[in-house]
Design a protein around this ligand. Structure first.
Ligand SMILES: [Fe+2]
Length: 201
């Protein structure tokens, strides 16, 4: 298959601590300058994400989290390491708009190398590195290199709802040496939760 090298210089972006501060549980603690690295090739070539290991103020290093704009599903393949994928579906008002602080359904899925997770359309997602190594995933979301921030903040993803709520409905924290879920108090209601066997504290 012939490969077009035109966009190779645009493939890479890193998520820095300044941006992550918008969604971290604890802003005062020591944090890495970069939380994760993205290499975006799109639907066919796939996208690779690499998480730093570690914790910031008791919260495991995570991706920012987003909802997809329009009807768009996505699959994540776990390439290396150990993590937890968080999925949350917001409730909608009578106009069909998502209500930022009411969660219809929240799900935590512990994952490891070889696993695959399907993100249905309309469901927000992020992932957390709970291991001592890098955590690495591949995914098949689209990229449009005509956009200004195609790799760092692609147009198919809505980050604003997550920013407004300072993260998802639960943070993944360490409790007695184990990952556990801690409620984000800005959310008014979580109607249904599947904690994936994790303790909710
Ligand atoms: Fe996505």
């Amino acid at each position: 298959m012939p490969i077009d090298f035109t966009f190779v210089p645009k493939h890479y972006a890193a998520r820095d601590n300044e941006k992550m501060k918008e969604v971290l549980m604890d802003l005062e603690s020591e944090a890495p300058a970069i939380h994760y690295y993205m290499i975006r090739g799109g639907v066919k070539q796939k996208n690779i994400t690499i998480w730093e290991p570690g914790m910031v103020g008791g919260e495991y290093i995570k991706t920012y989290g987003h909802y997809h704009v329009g009807k768009l599903d996505e699959t994540y393949w776990i390439v290396f390491g150990e993590g937890i994928v968080l999925l949350q579906k917001l409730a909608r008002d009578e106009k069909g708009e998502m209500i930022p602080d009411v969660v219809e359904e929240f799900k935590a899925i512990p994952v490891k190398e070889g696993d695959k997770v399907y993100m249905p359309s309309g469901v927000g997602h992020l992932a957390v590195n709970i291991g001592n190594t890098y955590f690495v995933t591949a995914d098949d979301s689209p990229v449009n290199f005509e956009e200004k921030n195609a790799v760092s903040l692609p147009g198919h993803a809505d980050y604003e709802l997550v920013k407004k709520m300072r993260g998802f409905a639960y943070y993944v924290v360490e409790s007695f040496g184990q990952p556990a879920l801690r409620k984000n108090s800005l959310y008014k209601e979580v109607k249904k939760i599947d904690a994936g066997g994790l303790l909710v504290i």
